[in-house]
Design a protein around this ligand. Sequence first.
Ligand SMILES: Cc1cc2nc3c(=O)[nH]c(=O)nc-3n(C[C@H](O)[C@H](O)[C@H](O)COP(=O)(O)OP(=O)(O)OC[C@H]3O[C@@H](n4cnc5c(N)ncnc54)[C@H](O)[C@@H]3O)c2cc1C
Length: 649
Amino acid sequence: LPIQENGAADFISSLLANAAAQPRDRPASGVDYVVLGGGTAGLTVAARLSEGGKYTVAVLEAGPDGRGDPIIDTPGQFGADLGTKYDWNMTTQPQSNGVPAVGWPRGHVLGGSSALNFLVWDRPNKREIDAWEQLGSPGWNWDFVYKYIKKAETYTQPDPDKIEAMNFTPVASDYGTSGPIHVSFPFYVSEQVSKWIAALSSLGIQSNTRAKGDNNGSALQPSDINPANSTRSYSAAAYFWPNSNRPNLKVLTGALVDKIMFNQNSIGNNLVASGVNFQYNGASYTVPVRKEVILSAGSVMSPAILERSGIGKESVLSAAGIPQLKELPVGENLQEHTYSFAAYELESGHTTLDSLRNNATFAAEQKELYTANSKNPASILTETVPSIGYINLQELVGDDEASKIISQAESYVNSSHSPYNATLWKQIEFLKKDNETVTQMELIGVDGYFAGAGAPVAGKNYITFFAALQHPLSRGSIHISSSDPTTYPVINANYYTTDFDRTVASAGTGFLRKIAATQTYGSYIAQEVVPGAAVGNDAASLEAFTTTTGFTTEYHPVGTASMLPERQGGVVDPRLKVYGTQNVRVVDASIIPLHVSAHIQALVYGIAEAGADLIKADASSTPVPSRTPAYLHQSSIFQRSHGHCLQPT
Ligand SMILES: Cc1cc2nc3c(=O)[nH]c(=O)nc-3n(C[C@H](O)[C@H](O)[C@H](O)COP(=O)(O)OP(=O)(O)OC[C@H]3O[C@@H](n4cnc5c(N)ncnc54)[C@H](O)[C@@H]3O)c2cc1C
């Protein structure tokens, strides 16, 4: 059903009827808040704004509702919904430096990418978030963000048997206790998971049981799994369905947002959004908005919607035939984690997620087991990806090599004329001053064949290791090439365009071979199949592999509507408001100005929880005087709100 339950059909019909009948500057017929995109952040914001019943909230989501679909719900089937109707199936541009086009899955479903992701739930480093404040966004520091991440989560500590099997004891008090997203550990503990901490320890990497802003070391990370029934806990299941009977919260699926409409009259110099234009069932509609438009369409589509609305770079807009309303570097400062992979065939006799593919009887038994009792520790369908580690440059390449790499990186930044220089210098600071704590490389172990190259052989079982570059110096961009909302924007990922990125990423691939060679894993690995014997262990061979066939996206694009001062390339101010607008905000991964060493969903939920409180706080406050750049006012507003209005509700 394209229209959600509980009277939404009536609500939407009246909305559409009003939209057709009313002039655009008569917002009284519309809703208070229109949220564009019902994904990770969008449903979080919508649920929080609609609680208490004071405001009407409508969410426009392009994708379908995937409620009850096992390929979303079953933890052990992570990845199964890629390439389906739940995925936008985007692709980057091939690059002139030889880096090929790579696929970019993105959630096209209620819940967005939280329905598609691999359920890893971890946190950035404290210093990485404090850097946002230091870059010019007062109030956006670790303590603030951490508080809101915790607000999103309810954590369940594994029972003692599982802790013993994992060889790892998480610290429960580092997590939230009453948020909508359930965070727990898979019931099934695989062989590779139980050996992760020991294997990395034999390489000198200490384990780290904490989850409160210091992520350096090896760890077993929880997943967004609801332990009551061992299903994915994602934004639709956690934030929307339990609240779908609220008369003031409506979600329309199958609604493709085209653009934001603005009033003829601005307030001072600020554009005032009056409605949102979208396509639904082949027709075009405008929803009038009384208070605000909130863009939560993700790092690819939020910038695209802004550009179609006339906000963006003149060169981009004029090429797409769109009249410009406000010059802003929308779609720039794109940062993305890449990861390279190495896959190993195991000696016979091991069970992995490959066994589900290899053995139909085993797969049927496992399905039955999961259906009968999804909490059964023997149920491999509860398995996810807990084995994670974050290491710094010195741990990756040794002190001498690290010094050389850092001084090259410093020279690069010194000669860079990027408008995002301040963010690049922060990265140098991470490398030089914060190197003990801020890490550069993520290591992951997955129980089965998950390499983005080659193919598993029927009947065999594998283990795959990943090395993910966390702080690339390269910056890319995402821009529209057409005013047509059905045309995908052009993604220029600009991967590996700096020596630093190539060198560090390639060293990561080399490190995966060290993990495979540890006594812990070496004893049950039969052979390396990717990169394979044809790829040598010298720097040139590793780089050739890592930057062509041996890597893929880690699915974490950020920065395309960066929260930075406008003079430093910012698109939104610290209240997440788009510069030059009175009532348009961006609340999703695209506001992240500088990438973090973490999987980002927990952070995105935290941003959305914080964003909802900022929006509510502003609902009753005086607008910022329009003649002065908004960011100059944010500090005092933030402080005031922080004290009185930004309390969890
Ligand atoms: C395959 C994959 C694996 C990942 N694995 C992990 C992981 O294990 N752990 C982790 O922490 N993070 C992971 N991530 C990243 C994380 O899930 C995302 O960064 C995060 O969910 C992004 O949230 P968002 O709100 O910014 O965007 P999204 O959740 O993507 O939401 C955007 C929503 O807007 C909708 N939309 C877009 N354009 C329009 C339009 N024009 N009209 C209407 N609706 C529109 C989309 O359909 C979507 O529902 C993964 C991501 C992917 C894709």
